[in-house]
Design a protein around this ligand. Structure first.
Ligand code: BG6
Length: 264
């Protein structure tokens, strides 16, 4: 049987272990289990913006990952277990973002991990938002993995601010913070040390972020152990920057990620 965990804090998936397989997601042993902080690892939900926002009191990556969500449903679905959680706008969210919404995260833990994030505009004004399923994956050693599926895409390197075209697979030799645009294809993490290939299949997601803080930045993060950066990589299903989403009143949008693991 597969196993998984989801927290109401942030509607956040922290673990998924398919039958006879090791944990697929990374979760920091130094996470701040504190309601005002996001969990470090698993799949934080970033909404309604991504990255920093130039507005007093606006948290990095939006507020969804630090709000308390509601449990809507737990049921069996297609041989797996569906857990559905939701978050709706209130006075506190409207102080930071003046719109009405319902966010639903439908997670199916089975032999694949399927996550669907649905945003619905429940207000009377149209809005524009960014979103991410900011997935952290457990890897053998980040210096020895390769990521396939983003070749020939334009990529913004947030470290030097330059945009270029990706040629071939991504490998890691230093701090990495990359935003790929117009990415619809499957992405694979090829991990020769753990002898597995993790495939990430996206629905209605046009951007992908690849992140690893490397040693210096990891030391500056109080919720990440000094060496933990070596065994994690983020491959994030997003709609951000040039790929923001617009919703008219009454409309909704679903963005999804399905993760599969195979031995190599
Ligand atoms: C990534 C961003 O998605 O998340 C990085 O591209 C950022 O710029 C990283 O540093 C972690 O963000 P946070 O807020 O969880 O520390």
């Amino acid at each position: 049987m597969s196993k998984g965990e989801v927290y109401l804090h942030g509607g956040h998936v922290t673990s998924w272990k398919p039958t006879h397989a090791e944990e697929v997601l990374f979760l920091s042993g130094h996470t701040n289990w504190n309601s005002s902080k996001a969990i470090r690892g698993g799949v934080p939900i970033c909404f309604p913006w991504f990255g920093p926002k130039d507005q007093p009191g606006a948290p990095q990556h939006g507020f969804a990952r630090i709000r308390e969500w509601q449990l809507e449903r737990i049921s069996e679905e297609g041989g797996g277990v569906l857990v559905e959680v939701s978050d709706r706008s209130d006075e506190q969210s409207r102080q930071l973002w003046p719109f009405d919404y319902v966010l639903t995260h439908r997670v199916i833990f089975g032999e694949t991990l399927k996550m669907e994030l649905v945003v619905r505009n429940t207000g009377t004004k149209p809005f524009v938002f960014e979103e991410a399923q900011h997935s952290y994956f457990q890897v053998g050693k980040v210096q020895e993995i390769a990521i396939d599926g983003l070749s020939n895409r334009y990529v913004l390197n947030k470290i030097d601010g330059k945009t270029r075209k990706q040629h071939g697979k991504i490998t890691f030799q230093a701090e990495t913070d990359l935003v790929y645009f117009d990415t619809a294809d499957n992405i694979a993490i090829i991990d020769l040390l753990l002898k597995r290939r993790i495939t990430i299949s996206k629905t209605n997601s046009k951007s992908t972020v690849i992140w690893n803080p490397w040693s210096e930045k990891a030391r500056a993060l109080s919720d990440l152990g000094d060496d933990e950066w070596q065994t994690m990589v983020c491959v994030e299903t997003c709609n951000i920057r040039n790929n923001v989403v617009r919703l008219a009143p009454g409309e909704s949008h679903m963005m999804g990620t399905e993760i599969t693991v195979a031995s190599i």
